[in-house]
Design a protein around this ligand. Sequence first.
Ligand SMILES: [Zn+2]
Length: 769
Amino acid sequence: MKSARFFVSCVLLLTFTHMAVGQSASEGNAEPPAASRSLFGYTNRTAAPERDLEKKFQDAVIAANIQENMRRLSARPHNVGSPYDKDNAEWMLARFKEWGFDAKIETFDVLFPTPKERIVELVAPTKFRAKLQEPPLAVDPTSNQTAEQLPTYNAYSIDGDVTAPLVYVNYGNREDYEELDRMGISVKGAIVISRYGSGWRGIKPKVAAEHGAVGCIIYSDPRGDGFFHGDDYPTGGWRPREGVQRGSVMDTDYPGDPLTPGIGAVPGAKRLDIKEAKTITKIPVLPISYADAQPLLAALQGEIAPEAWRGGLPITYHIGPGPARVHLKVASNWDTKPLYDVIATLQGSDPDQWIIRGNHHDAWVNGAEDPISGMSPELEEARVLGEMHKQGWTPKRTLIYCAWDGEEPGLLGSVEWVETHVADLKKHAIVYINSDSSARGYLFTGGTQDLQSVVGAVAHGIIDPEKHISVWERAHLRAIMRAKNPEERGGLRKRNDLLITELGDGSDYTSFQDFAGISSLDLGFGGEDEGTQYHSIYDDYYWYTHFADNNFAYERALAQTMGTLVLRIAGADLLPFDYTAQAESIAKYESDLEKLLKDKQEEITERNQEIQEGALTATSDPHKTFVPPLIEPVPPFMNFAPMKNSIEDLKKAAERYSKALAKFRAAPEDSISSSSLETVNTDLMGIARLFLNDKGLPERPWFKNQIYAPGAYTGYGAKPVAAVREYMDQKKWKEADAQIPMVAQVIDNISAGINKAADDLESAVGAKH
Ligand SMILES: [Zn+2]
């Protein structure tokens, strides 16, 4: 689901410019330079064979196989419920079996609406009917598979039939509506038209409905992903005038099947009535191309849109409301469809510890980039691991390779699987490693920072196929160049790892991290492919092989990176977790909350003063409507002390564990018994579970993780410490304040877990006195 180009550029931006205050110069927690013989998690005796194994794996990855996987899997449309979706699942099942995995398909029955009727028409002042159709292109051989293509729509839009004046709302997020308020423009009873971008699409109809709109249209402006950036398809790779972004608009209360929150959608599961499902939108919504949007936007009058709201079309952007009146009709077939999750296991010599690797296989249409550019390398990893197994190698820990169905509509396949198996997962899962869309460019790294060291260490050993330096070095140097100030640059130059950005809910890691408390990673390459056809019929093999990773060199690098990570964690004597970076990140999340409060206090104090001085009315253009904001109470001080105290203890625990790690690295081989390390490994596996609180977030109880969570109003974007943060965003200061001791308790639990691991590691290396 994750928006390839925007997601990638957004992630890179976050990763490389978002330098934590506390993360500026910590040394000693990252893996030593590649030149060092030590390998994090291995003894000197086991490090050399592990390096040989990884080298063997990397050399065996063949780009042409990945290309062939993509050609096969993206050959026809394969959305949930389509014949080719099932066909792909069965084909992958056969491959996993052939490669020696114990593989099966797990099926779930979920609510998946598909379009029955779609109308967008301008009824006044002139008439225009939107085509709502992406035309086949002669050069693109799969673009004419019209009979199998899902029409352009937003899944989980409620059915509706409305006619109303149109209002342009920019990206349609909450700040945009505040600006509309200043202009005296209401969307009550109106249909809003919003452009794609700046946050997840599902937020647009949600916020529109909260402001009284009766319908929502979302279009792809050429400034977002069209000709503004480069030649459009098929001359170049950017979205053409009739290209449309499909996508889910499921609300953010919980992901997965709307009818079975918190439990697997298996036969006999207790299902909600469709009317009870909280995640279906409140108003009808449809996506359109800019070819269809332009006549609607051109028919708007009223206020001129502020400069930042204007897109790339050759029109003057007006806001309305009207005189444009629009008729919007959406009706879906509300059917139950089967999901086919392919689950392939390579049993380890210790079957009780699981490394889980996944990518989704369903697409909106052909989905060469999203998701097949992640699925194809994953299959190649499995092939090579299977070959190695046939030659006599067995992983120390069990590997579970997954191909999820139903990710696009709402992470359905992974959520239902995790909900079904949550008890076993909590007992056995060490890590979940996800990929989704990937292309050319820089390695991006999202996840939980307990894995930051090992990811950095692996990235040191993977060669960028075009620059012939390590993928770590490329990403690292780019981060330095993009740093905001000398302090950040200085901090980055001392680092040997790559900063890991917290995850929102853009892909299948969500249920692992947020529901089951499993350390998670999401990796890929991006930033240098030429365009995007995200969720369109043109995201296909022809497009990918002309404008993304044409020779599959970065696809090969992705398989090498992911497979090496899997091997490194699966074979380690001591699981390669490290908590220093994570403690720093949590400290940063806390200081961000304090800064948010301070900024809000200052902003509201200043604005109140300007209102009292008459400054806002004095400086507004008398020819334009201006509604001054009302005096607002200044947010009270909050008591962050419990969290700050807990974080100090967390830092000490993390530091103590790092010191024990250093002793482990320096210890002579035979001084450490493997059974004593297994005790530490069991401790380590449990630490990620301590991030959970069974009650979940106060307004979204499905989300159990109290540190990492997506935002209710950001979707893809993460909102760390959401229990506190979301109340602050809603200006419910007292409620936010009341959550702080609860979060502090969770942090105390994490510290206790790390201290226990440190204690056991100190015993294991004989460093106890
Ligand atoms: Zn995807």
